[in-house]
Design a protein around this ligand. Structure first.
Ligand code: FAD
Length: 461
């Protein structure tokens, strides 16, 4: 419990305007995109590294729990104050500090919204590829902390592949710098990669050096329509093994198609069992050639129709629809649980079958969405968390999906992270030795255990 004295000390660092304590304000920060509610004791909005430093010094001196937060779009309760204390919210520390076109990097504060950053760099013919479905709200700090992936992962990889260095404040209040602005750097342990994906449990990220690419000159979006979802899954595996590398390769099943059509009225085919949505990008000649090759490939693997978008506007409409898929499906039932198990891409066709079979056997409605080119399934489990009997079946189905993914060499989470949502599964994938080493790393960064307590390493449900 925060004493009035400690709260006063914290408030004096940021000023009363940037320290929220009313119940109404706190409720706003008691949720993320996971089904869970925890009301913090205060929410602070720092605007600079010295402020974060001071906050962490007070917190460590007074043993106050601190949970960093960006936009709160995470899917595992990572940004919730699970054991009380304060939330450190970065939405006001949101400046783009530098865009260096000569050396193709940028320096940003953690609260910069991903899509805003993308627009700014693209206006200078540069490109930041990570593109999570939540990019219009999620922050760069959240993307680093979660090592966010997204639709372009199949060609371009994930956030970690674009982070050259970080400035981070340790729980003690000391500032640590990792990496450099150079394209290569092998000086010492790679703390940059360690902090990427550490889910806000090791240090608070206050500055990010971002590697940028030249912006692809052009792109085309293709929609391949399938009467059989098996054929769509098969096409994905075959495209990847053939050596064609689309920029995106997304799969939506008939439940997702219907939900999107009800929501956005885009003319998606309601009688189809699956749609593949693909981008090819690069210079105009390559893109034209690739669009033809991918289209032919889809047709020869069972697509009944392939549509190529004719304009930027049409590209944007299709991707806006895809971004809305989670929200559109979530409207169908009171609760929507998002799974994120990932399998080697060659096994995607059998993984899709397995997910459908698991859903049917457990009488659980599952809509299948996937960053398919990465083997990254996003089964959306539609349910009602107030119905205990249904939730038992949901848990069983999720358990079976996780066990299946692990049994074929896959992973618990391709990109959403562990949080408290998947903490109980960790020992199924990681050995006791790996877990012990992770706890040792956590202890060396945060000996008092004040940063994001109750997160994935400690949480047991
Ligand atoms: C509709 C929807 C679609 C999504 N699509 C994708 C997708 O395609 N790919 C994907 O990877 N994810 C996706 N996500 C998950 C989520 O949006 C991403 O993980 C995103 O990167 C989280 O950013 P955020 O700013 O919302 O972070 P938050 O949710 O606020 O925080 C996430 C974690 O990061 C930590 N954190 C935040 N800021 C900092 C900081 N400055 N320093 C240290 N730790 C910090 C928090 O403590 C927390 O543990 C999706 C979520 C939704 C709701």
């Amino acid at each position: 419990m925060l004493s009035p004295d400690v709260l006063q000390k914290l408030t004096s660092i940021v000023g009363p305007e940037r320290c929220k304590t009313s119940r109404e304000d706190l409720l706003t920060y008691s949720y993320d995109a996971y089904v869970h509610e925890v009301i913090p004791e205060a929410v602070l909005f720092p605007k600079s590294t010295p402020e974060v430093k001071e906050i962490m010094k007070v917190a460590s001196a007074q043993n106050v729990f601190v949970t960093p937060r960006g936009a709160g779009s995470g899917l595992g309760a990572g940004s919730l104050a699970k054991q009380g204390g304060i939330v450190l919210c970065f939405t006001m520390m949101n400046r783009i500090l530098e865009i260096n076109t000569a050396n193709r990097y940028a320096v940003v504060e953690p609260g910069v919204v991903i899509s805003e950053f993308q627009k700014v760099v693209e206006s200078q013919s540069l490109f930041f590829p990570p593109d999570p479905g939540s990019a219009t709200v999620a922050t760069m700090g959240g993307a680093v902390a979660m090592n966010a992936g997204g639709m372009r992962g199949v060609k371009y990889g994930v956030t970690r592949d674009y982070i050259l260095g970080l400035e981070a404040v340790l729980p003690s209040g000391e500032v640590m710098e990792t990496g450099t602005v150079t394209a290569k750097d092998v000086t010492g342990y790679d703390f940059t990669r360690l902090l990427c994906g550490s889910e806000g449990t090791l240090a608070v990220v206050t500055k990010i050096i971002v590697r940028l690419l030249p912006k692809p000159k052009t792109k085309r979006t293709l929609q391949a329509i399938y009467d059989r979802i098996d054929d769509a899954g098969d096409t994905v595996a075959k495209i990847i093994s053939s050596g064609i590398i689309p920029a995106t390769l997304e799969l939506m099943d008939k439940t997702v198609i219907k939900a999107l059509e009800d929501f956005a009225h885009l003319g998606l085919p309601l009688d189809a069992e699956a749609v593949l949505l693909m981008d090819v990008d690069g210079d105009p000649e390559t893109v034209e050639r690739l669009a033809v090759t991918v289209g032919e490939f889809c047709r020869s693997h069972g697509a009944r129709d392939v549509r190529v978008s004719r304009s930027e506007k049409e590209n944007d409409q299709l991707w806006t629809a895809r971004r809305s898929a989670f929200g559109a499906v979530a409207r169908m039932r009171p609760t929507c649980v998002v799974e994120d198990a990932t399998v080697p891409v060659s096994l995607l066709p059998s993984a899709i079958k397995k997910v459908i079979e698991i859903g049917e056997r457990n009488r659980v409605q599952i809509a299948v969405l996937a960053h398919a080119g990465d083997g990254n399934l996003h089964p959306l489990v539609l349910c009602d968390q107030r119905d205990r009997e249904e939730m038992v079946r949901v848990e069983r189905a999720m358990d079976e999906i996780v066990d299946y993914a692990l049994s074929v060499g896959g992973t618990l989470s391709g990109e959403h992270g562990i949080g408290i949502a998947k903490a109980r599964y960790l020992p199924r994938q990681l050995s006791e030795t790996s877990l012990r080493m992770m706890r040792a790393v956590k202890k060396s960064f945060d000996p008092q255990g004040i940063l994001n307590p109750g997160s994935f390493l400690e949480h047991r449900s």
